[in-house]
Design a protein around this ligand. Sequence first.
Ligand code: ZN
Length: 270
Amino acid sequence: MGPGLRIRSGDGGLTLIESASFEEEGFIAAFTTRKGGWSPRPFDGLNMGFGVPDDPRNVRLNRIAALRALGLEPSLAAAMRQVHGDRIAEVTEALKGRGGLDHSTAFAETDGMYTALRGVALMATFADCVPVIIADRTGRKIGLVHAGWKGTALDIAAKLALRMGFEQGRAEDFMAVIGPCVGPCCYEVGEDVAATLVKAGGSGALETEGDAIRADLGLMNELRLVGLGFAPGRIERYEGCTSCEEDSFFSHRRDKGRTGRSAAIAAIAV
Ligand SMILES: [Zn+2]
């Protein structure tokens, strides 16, 4: 699983992965698994995404259970309609609660959010793409992004850090955790995608094996944050693969699109 990460269990088999170091600093940074929840196949059981053909009532129940397991108030949670872009929204007092339990009010065409509000959960959903949560310990802000290969090439994690006030002299204030995503073991990419990732500075995250090119998007996000100036010891990363770990995670690639979504949940603890 990786150093700094641990399991949190809730009612009905609910299982989340959370960062102990974020908790020590007064933040919540967690990733849901598919364990627990009310959704039927192929969304079983803790589907956190409204964007798949699961009954939205199940998603609402699942989100409420996961947020409550973390001590967060569901009605304050914010979520997005993700489009693999690089738009980032600040969740202010006037905007809290948008999208958390109702997809129609979610932040449109947005793949990143941050907030300075205590107790307001930020949620993003995933099935193989990379969740990155970033916190500013002294500025007291937290944010997250959804980064597939497009968002990774657009450098959305670094853009989030900069929007949150990252600068070289403040590197020690910032911490990041990169959640469960598809590993290079299960993520072969075509030449076009590989070329785009190389152009974005990701050659260190590509592996070739015969004719196959494999991308490690989690590693690429880590390398981009290190490149920006993050202290390497302040970046945690889940060690594993959403496609290989079928009992724990939804995987768009493995399940050929018919699957649920896990969530990254980030908040400043109340
Ligand atoms: Zn794998």
